[in-house]
Design a protein around this ligand. Structure first.
Ligand code: FAD
Ligand code: NAI
Length: 467
């Protein structure tokens, strides 16, 4: 008889949420985790520590720049970086303990060690002492997440040449920070260190930042970041970093080659994406197929090529986002328990937690053009939103894309403060197949920044009130 109904390898947002949902459905569940703490990348070295530092550094900057104009006189703020790092760590500890508590509450066994898939119904768990045990289970879920993508020829030492992990724990503010990659990590962590005093230059291979997000929104966002002091070198690549001297010498040239130059930096952050993590899982021996990008190949029901073995989260296709991993965790648990689990990939919000924030759900204007879909656009700037005006936080806009024939909302994109919270009314609307008219006719509380969403919906029908 099997020891478990379900064994999940990895306790990130995909794995631990899957475990809880499966336990709720009456399955006997164990999770396997190789790290000393639960919660995966997101809780330990990803979403949560970055948000703690974004919060603290934002307040630091506000105290220095925005208080005086509101008549609040405070001495110039000083930075106690170890205390700020301690604040971050307390946040991590609180969340990690929360996951431990949830495992206990749901009677989920935590098996400490490295998991390896031996085939249908068998997982080997090797503890830190090197002792291995084989656990029998009806089903297996692989939720092993992702790892930092390396830049060829550049060795990450997590001190001066860092990945996001090192950038979350620097022991002093770098004078000059070079960020390689203008993606989400580069801009979020670049923001943290710029606010704390670093001079930040972002080197991006493409001719734009945040590939995949709506180009018009991103253009505005780039201008805002430049006003804040970010420098961008677009269409450029880093070809090497000389770390022999006191200052790093970073070789940068045009993406297509040529125009080489050397930039000096105290710290280089490599943030060029993440890759699926499958090391030591024994997938090849077990016959679990990978796709062309090294991700665990799955069908529409998260099933791999081996019977009874499923995979979710960053280790499979789709956006590498914690909430996507969580929703897949719930869906696969429901499927394994004989129910109809499902994830709607057309409505997965994405948020960049800078100031201002950028958020997005559904199709971009570029997506619709490429697909040949006829659409209407409604836009509303925060400069015309009363609440934003009184608070003097008017950067950004809301943009709504709707089907030209049916008025169904196909995409919503926001740059502006609290954009990450505001996107969810659009997500709910889209989940219910709602139209711009539905949104325009929904009463929004005054005065809120969310009124800009309603006004953008009104603008789809060319009848915005405050513009
Ligand atoms: P992970 O969270 O990576 O967890 C995988 C777990 O599996 C790890 O604990 C690992 O130790 C364990 N594991 C791996 N192999 C084995 C094995 N063989 N045996 C036992 N255990 C194993 N996403 C957002 O949605 N919002 C954000 O704000 C956000 N911010 C981020 C900031 C940073 C700096 C980074 C790096 C990422 C961020 N992400 C964010 C992405 C998010 O962290 C991931 O999408 C999410 O963690 C994926 O969850 P997962 O469960 O698939 O894998
Ligand atoms: P990313 O994929 O978001 O961005 C990487 C950027 O690096 C791209 O703009 C790419 O064009 C560029 N690039 C690639 N190779 C390059 C090179 N050689 N030189 C210069 N530029 C190069 O990846 P990032 O920022 O590392 O984040 C990894 C993952 O983590 C993302 O998939 C993201 O979804 C997730 N994440 C999510 C967050 C959020 O939801 N707020 C926050 C942080 C990470």
């Amino acid at each position: 008889m099997a020891n478990y109904d379900l064994v999940i390898i990895g306790t990130g947002p995909g794995g631990y949420v899957c475990a809880i949902r499966a336990a709720q459905l009456g399955l006997k569940v164990a999770v396997v985790e190789k790290n000393p703490t639960l919660g995966g990348t997101c809780l330990n070295v990803g979403c949560m520590p970055s948000k703690a530092l974004l919060h603290a550094s934002e307040l630091f900057e506000e105290a220095g720049h925005s208080f005086a104009k509101m008549g609040i006189g405070v001495p110039a703020p000083t930075l106690d970086l170890p205390t700020m790092m301690n604040f971050k760590q307390q946040g991590i500890d609180g969340n990690v303990k929360g996951v431990e508590y949830l495992m206990k509450k749901n009677k989920i066994d935590v098996l400490v060690g490295r998991g390896k898939v031996l085939g249908t119904g068998k997982v080997e768990v090797t503890g830190n002492d090197g002792k291995a045990q084989t656990v029998e289970t009806k089903s297996i879920v692989i939720a092993t997440g992702s790892d930092v993508a390396k830049l060829k020829g550049i060795e990450i030492d997590e001190k001066r040449i860092v990945s996001s992990t090192g950038a979350l724990s620097l022991d002093k503010v770098p004078g000059k920070l070079i960020v390689v990659g203008a993606g989400v990590i580069g801009l979020e962590l670049g923001s943290v260190w710029r606010r704390l005093g670093a001079q930040v230059t972002v080197v991006e291979f493409l001719d734009r930042i945040l590939p995949g997000m709506d180009a018009e929104i991103v253009k505005q966002f780039q201008r805002i970041l430049e006003k804040q002091g970010f420098a961008f070198k677009l269409g450029a690549k880093v070809t090497g970093v000389d770390s022999s001297g006191k200052q790093l010498k970073v070789s940068v040239e045009a993406a297509a080659g040529g125009n080489p130059e050397t930039l000096e930096a105290d710290v280089v952050l490599v943030a060029i994406g993440r890759v699926p993590f499958t090391e030591g899982l024994g997938l090849q021996e077990a016959g679990v197929a990978l796709d062309e990008r090294g991700r665990v190949a799955i069908d529409d029901h998260f099933a791999t090529s081996v019977q009874g073995v499923y995979a979710i989260g960053d280790v499979v296709k789709g956006p590498m986002l914690a909430h996507k991993a969580e929703d897949e965790g719930v869906a696969v648990a429901e499927i394994i328990a004989g129910k109809a689990g499902h994830v709607n990939y057309d409505v997965i919000p994405g948020v960049v937690y800078t100031t201002p924030e950028v958020s997005s759900v559904g199709k971009t204007e570029e997506d619709l053009k490429q697909a040949g879909v006829a659409y209407t656009v409604g836009k509303f700037p925060f400069t015309a939103n009363g609440r934003s005006k009184v608070n003097q936080t008017t950067d950004g806009l809301v943009k709504i894309l709707a089907d030209a024939k049916t008025d169904r909302v196909l995409g919503v994109h926001i740059v502006g403060r609290e954009a990450g919270e505001m996107i969810h009314e659009a997500a709910v609307l889209m989940e219910f197949g709602g139209s711009a008219e539905d949104l325009a006719r929904t009463c929004h509380a005054h005065p809120t920044r969310s009124e800009a969403v309603k006004e953008a919906a009104l603008a789809v029908g060319k009848r915005a009130i405050h513009m």
